[in-house]
Design a protein around this ligand. Sequence first.
Ligand SMILES: [Fe+2]
Ligand SMILES: [Fe+2]
Length: 423
Amino acid sequence: MSAEAARFLNSFAQALATMALYADGHPARERVVNASYDQLRLLQELDRKPQFSFLGLDVIYGQVALRELKEWDWGQRLANAGVQRLEFAESVQRDEYEGFLDEVLARLTLGAIDSATRSAERVSTIKFGAVGVKGSEGVLRPEDILPTATIRYSLGEEAETIRWLHDEVQSRGELPLIEAESVVRSLAVAMHGDRDIVIPLLQLKEFDQYTTTHSLNVCVLAMALAEFIGLGTKDVRAFGVAGLLHDLGKVRIPKDVLTKPGKLTDEEWVIMRRHPVDGAKIIYESDRQLDLASAVAYEHHIMINGGGYPTRHFQRDCHKASKLVHICDVYDALRTKRPYREAWEAERVLAQIESGAGPDFDAELAQSFIQMMRQWERRVAFVDDKTPLPHMAPQGSAAPPAATADAAPSGTVSALATPGSPA
Ligand SMILES: [Fe+2]
Ligand SMILES: [Fe+2]
């Protein structure tokens, strides 16, 4: 019977993972929901009311730990998202099961911040929630649950998708929107697979991968900041898409200009400064629904005092998302080692943002960003696109992205991407 239970839980995790990647109504989603529901019905032929507890690394079925799932990390993710106990009634319908999966996915991907305080939920025939769900035997103590899970993500697939997406835009001029949105969903899952939020920032390995790495990082930072200032899920995701696509116009910049290790000539600057307009056009022409992402691509180098580029004929306020992405953009650019300068330490970048608050950056958002990075410093995880087990930043410091970052002599930063330069 435990083999059936393990099979069901595997199908359950498979369904959640797939649902995180595909929008409602996608056939891939339907397939995994059906498969998992069938597994549940098979299990229920043997055990009419199956019960599960997710306790640290252990997955308990009824009263028995499932050895088959020793390496299964979903138990911990579920527990961290406030789903520590799960009970099915006899008569679970397929639609109810799908609704339940949606709810669990929302918990995994959304406000993990307050998941610990959430009360138990009821989906008619499926009970789930924190330990000690009413009516269940053997209440589990919260302290039995491991405090913090190390995120087990590399961002390999996401990075690969973004590389492919940039190639597509470059060669065909069209933006594959579904893939862009699945990357954002997948990053949201990576950020909330733990009890608290995790900010996974990709480390740059090769200089020519800068745009990919930078797009993913700005997306993650934009979602984190949007969440930090209390925006709802829909806005958080929309800001994420905008962050991901803000530099899309760079696909039109010749590679030798884009990766030039040194100061740009005036002509090269003219080319470089076209990317906001080009990006906005590509996005808008691909999908009119993406007007927010298009606006952000256009406005992300415009400063509060009207400086930056593109130059506008009359002064008007930029969208909040543009102001927010602008800050995340500069943060990631300065934190990354470039051919012409070393990476800056986190604190130095935050000081730079603080000093630019008002004229360059929206003062309130800049303050929120600084507050967020200090508060969530230990939640920043530096990951790469290969290593499956990233490490968390050491306590009390946001680790520099490059070993040489701390030792960067001040003389090497003359060509800095100061706010307003192409980040
Ligand atoms: Fe840019
Ligand atoms: Fe940028």
